[in-house]
Design a protein around this ligand. Structure first.
Ligand code: RTP
Ligand code: MG
Length: 140
């Protein structure tokens, strides 16, 4: 499998509880390298742009409020099959369905406040990385 990059967010529920280090340890233990990382505070409009694919869903407004409520940590993870591997380490969207040992099983508070985001495909990974990071910030 080829070396790949994916985009990750440590969400406000997790940064608020000082879980960045524990979540990063899960990524690193799974063989994902953190090649870029920064703490930023999104506006609600920026959160809305990022999650625009969900604009018609009933939870969209609540999701945007949540993502803008406190700082997030935006990251780029690199590894063999990084997109699928990251989704595996994250666990299912709803922590009640997430496999034991996954980030969401251990740390998520609810289906909405579920600690992490991970890109779902190569095209979205490329778009999301480019939205948050410049070429200069991406060190291989
Ligand atoms: P993400 O995009 O954040 O990596 O999560 P995902 O692929 O596992 O889930 P997705 O269906 O893309 O949903 C995006 C985020 O919206 C929030 N959500 N809330 N209240 C609800 O029923 C509900 N459903 C989804 C979660 O924060 C989810 O991660
Ligand atoms: Mg998603």
């Amino acid at each position: 499998m080829a070396l790949e990059r994916t985009f990750s967010i440590i969400k406000p529920d997790a940064t608020r509880r000082n879980l960045t280090g524990k979540i990063n340890a899960k990524f690193e233990d799974a063989g994902l390298r953190i090649v870029a990382q920064k703490r930023i505070h999104l506006t609600k409009a920026q959160a809305g742009e990022f999650y625009k694919v969900h604009a018609e869903r009933p939870f969209y407004d609540e999701l945007c409020e949540f993502m803008a409520s406190e700082p997030i940590v935006a990251q780029v993870l690199e590894g063999e099959g990084a997109i699928a591997k990251n989704r595996e380490v994250m666990g299912a969207t709803n922590p009640a369905d997430a496999a034991a040992g996954t980030i969401r099983a251990e740390f998520a508070e609810s289906v909405g406040e579920n600690s992490v985001h991970g890109s779902d495909a190569p095209e979205t990974a490329a778009e999301e990385i480019a939205y948050f990071f410049s070429g200069l910030e991406l060190v291989g």
